[in-house]
Write a protein that binds this ligand. Structure first.
Ligand code: DC
Length: 222
């Protein structure tokens, strides 16, 4: 079984993807972490993130491993654990920039297809149901208003960054939405056969219940 979870930044994809993978005993693949790992390598290089050729080379040469179970997933770049270093707005912004480069996408999509080829996997990203696995068994598109997503992100990150400002988080979320949805190659889009879940008024637990219902319905139909 291949389950795709797409949606904008901060919609709860990774929390719900992990919960689902754990519940069903599936592998969890955080594809955004792969774009973040390439962004991390890019920021450490001398090249500009707007240099498509240099970014493609970095993507091709980066050795990215996602290891561990869904709750303690580690992101390794050339064998080094960068799981914590890639969770900040600077890397998120750079990941969003380089993810618009077709050659970078081609390389990472190829790897994602290889990693998920045997099935038994939940993938979270922006283009899983539309491009990476258009034949996925179940596709979810998670969303919520930008204000709600900004609020959740603000609550989460305030613990790490004491001087974080809500308006800034909201501004970043809106900018990221615009960039991810307007790029020419594989923009964030709702697959025709995706189930759209808006969590603005729902708790994570409510959304998870709904996801499990859909999975059970689909399994019963097989
Ligand atoms: O989900 P995230 O915030 O970790 O993703 C970081 C960036 O990577 C996001 O702004 C867009 C890009 N991305 C993508 O283009 N395609 C994916 N499948 C996953 C992420």
């Amino acid at each position: 079984m291949i389950i795709a979870i797409d949606g904008p930044s901060g919609a709860g994809k990774s929390t719900l993807g992990r919960m689902l993978a754990r519940k069903l005993g599936l592998l969890y693949l955080d594809t955004g972490a792969m774009y973040r790992a390439v962004a991390y390598a890019a920021l450490r290089s001398d090249a500009s993130t707007t240099d498509a050729e240099a970014m493609a080379k970095i993507a091709r040469e980066a050795h990215i491993d996602l290891v561990g179970d869904p709750d303690s997933l580690q992101v390794l770049l050339d064998g080094r654990d960068i799981s914590h270093e890639i969770r900040n707005e600077q890397i998120g912004h750079a990941a969003s920039m380089i993810s618009a480069i077709p050659e970078v996408r081609r390389e990472l999509v190829r790897r994602q297809r290889e990693m998920g080829a045997h099935g038994g996997v939940v993938l979270d990203g922006r283009d899983i149901g539309t491009v990476v696995f258009p034949d996925a068994d179940i596709k979810f598109f998670l969303t919520a208003t930008p204000e709600q997503r900004a609020e959740r992100r603000f609550d989460e990150e305030r613990r790490r960054e004491a001087d974080l400002n809500y308006e800034e988080v909201l501004h970043d979320i809106n900018a990221r939405d615009r960039r991810d949805a307007s790029r020419a190659d594989s923009p964030l889009a709702i697959a025709d056969d995706a189930i759209v879940l808006d969590s603005t008024e729902l708790s994570i637990e409510d959304v998870f219940e709904r996801i499990l219902e859909v999975v059970r319905e689909r399994e019963a139909r097989k």
